[in-house]
Design a protein around this ligand. Structure first.
Ligand code: CP
Length: 302
């Protein structure tokens, strides 16, 4: 994986994905390893982020790397009209790897084609979020003891949810049964369902969340993403589609865990947070170990 890009989750083989999870486990046991002292990590965020940017920056710091970058287009020369091409070519002179988030689908792939240094896609529009997928896989494996033969329920915005798209693709490698809960307007896109069908796996579509709670090993909640709707009225129609409350979890399996890539708005009530089945904040912590593994591996230190 040395000097490779991570744009789509499919850029890494199943074995390579597992290797990242195994290295992340080592970092969880021993997080401070100054093995990237001589490296500079650039984080270019053209779209807002809390977890992805800060966990990559925390991961880099724990490895001894220096971090440069920006957290919005407004604070970069993009606001003066600079192109993505010119931004990437410039920043590649200052750093050894670029972690990039951008609102346009396909922007990370484009950046990787012009960049002389590796690019990690930290989310491109509604397309993919592969480092999130690896931390989601890490969280699932850690809580369930396996990735094989699980019932995974995705709830919410399955149309625009890039974390759902890349995680679905990854889980098709593990004989997963998919339970897809969304408003009709926000169903999982056909091109993602095609990955499920190609592996002859089962998927079931629902509009009601209660139907899947007793069946699920993982309930993966997602936010209805206001910023992805071109017509605000369409968002208004679906914005309150789901709200997971603590008492709704009474019939869940003992070992079921609730995941969410976060941020949440109103789709998980605060009363769920104290339930031992709520795993989303630990999931966000796992992101640091997984991103340490990614930086160390791509920069050739692991
Ligand atoms: N999960 C995730 O991508 O969160 P942020 O938008 O805060 O980075």
């Amino acid at each position: 994986m040395k000097h490779r890009n991570l744009i789509s989750i499919n850029d890494f083989s199943k074995e390579e994905q597992i290797k990242i999870l195994d290295i992340a486990e080592e970092f969880e046991k021993n997080p401070i390893q100054k093995i990237l002292d001589d490296y500079v990590v650039a984080t270019l965020f053209f779209e807002p982020s809390t977890r992805t940017r800060l966990s990559f920056e925390s991961a880099a710091s724990r490895l001894g790397a220096k971090v440069i970058g920006f957290s919005s287009s407004a604070s970069s020369s993009v606001s003066k009209g600079e192109s993505l091409n010119d931004t990437i070519l410039t920043v590649s002179n200052y750093s050894d790897i670029i972690v990039m988030r951008h609102p346009k689908d396909g922007s990370a792939r484009y950046a990787s084609e012009v960049s002389p240094i590796p690019i990690i896609n930290a989310g491109d529009g509604a397309n993919q979020h592969p480092s999130q997928t690896l931390l989601d896989m890490y969280s699932i494996r850690k809580t369930q003891g396996t990735l094989e033969n699980l019932n995974i329920a995705f709830v919410g915005d399955l149309k625009y949810g890039r974390t759902v798209h890349s995680l679905t693709m990854a889980l098709t490698q593990y004989n997963t049964t998919f339970h897809l809960v969304s408003p009709t307007e926000l169903k999982l896109p056909s091109y993602v369902k095609r990955h499920i069908k190609d592996k002859n796996l089962a998927y079931h579509q629902y509009t009601e969340m209660m139907d899947v709670i007793p069946k699920a090993d993982i309930i993966y909640m997602t936010r209805i993403q206001k910023e992805r709707f071109s017509d605000p009225m369409d968002y208004e129609k679906v914005k309150n589609a789901y709200n997971l409350e603590n008492d709704m979890l009474e019939n869940a399996k003992d070992n079921m865990r609730v995941l969410h890539p976060l941020p949440r708005v109103n789709e998980i009530s605060k009363d769920v947070d104290a339930n031992p089945k709520a795993y989303y904040f630990t999931q966000a912590l796992n992101g640091v170990f997984v991103r340490q593994a990614l930086l160390a591996t791509i920069l050739g230190a692991k």
